[in-house]
Design a protein around this ligand. Sequence first.
Ligand SMILES: *Cc1c(COP(=O)(O)O)cnc(C)c1O
Length: 366
Amino acid sequence: MVPYSYLDRQFADVEQYLAAIRQVVEAGDFTLGQPVREFEERFATLCGLPHAVGVGSGTDAIIMSLEMLGIGKGDEVITAPNTFIATVGAIVATGARPVFVDIDQEFNIRVDAIEAALTPRTKAIVPVHWGGTPADMFAIMDIATHHHLAVVEDAAQAILASINEKPVGSWGDAVAFSLHPLKNLNVWGDGGVIMTQSAEFAEKLRLHRNHGLTTRDDVEVFGRNSRLDSVQAAVGNVLIEQTEAITRQRIRNAGRYDAAFAQISDCIELPPRRAHVKQVYHLYLMMVEKRDELLRALNEDGIEAKVHYPIPLHLQKAAAALGYKAGDFPACERYCSKVLTLPVHQHLTEDEIDHVINAVVRFYRG
Ligand SMILES: *Cc1c(COP(=O)(O)O)cnc(C)c1O
């Protein structure tokens, strides 16, 4: 068995987490308070950005960032059609209309196709750092600046990713992270973080996540209830120390796959690896020949390979009213028909990685 999920391995020694939670219970500090403040400070330091605001989920992080940037009904927001549904669901939740743009070789939004998708109603771009590979933020910011668009980076899969050592989140008005159990820095339920360079914007977000209250009696603006849960922050405060090591191990594992698959490059198309771009391998993505047969062979061999995702968002039932059709985004549709995700997590052993490599090579070379 080479499992995709590693949570049983990661939390085999549960005592330190329970001790942290016990402290929250003993202090009765269940909403915001010390654990959340501490987590926000450590998250900001880890990610190299000045302001972190803990919220209820990665989805809420995108919704609230867009809302506080003034995006809503009647507006259009540009994103990629190969993302997780949450990106698009968040845009729709603000009242805005999602507008898709095709993807590039790195499986991120194709920057030279963005301008053709702009209309007078376009108000924002939500680039997704898909799988942990940063989108081309320099080109995206050129377009955004020129057309006066807001930018919210979706870095749910990309903690510690960077371009030229500039961390994701350095470009946009805001950046959204997820602490979901399946993300690289994970807690025991839902959680998210918004980061921003602007102290003023961070203050707006802090008000918005907590009913718009400045004190228990004073309501400055109408807001939401979407705080990072204090119990989850306590779990996060234990795990955050491991995030650099987790990332290094994922990068190392991906490097072993890359080296092995170079010998079957006629069957496996890997996205480019570029020296100045730090990819953090939330997903190890590749486009492969005979995808469904390979997936079946690997699963039968006990290897939990997956597909992220087989149906592009513009062809989902939920998107019917947006009026897209098959063929609108050929690169994305090709990606969805060929993409395969291998387990790349930090708890894989060398033997497990070798087992995956051998199974893939055997499939193509007999
Ligand atoms: C997980 C994810 C989200 C949403 O995060 P949640 O914390 O689950 O709400 C958004 N965008 C992408 C790309 C994701 O992978």
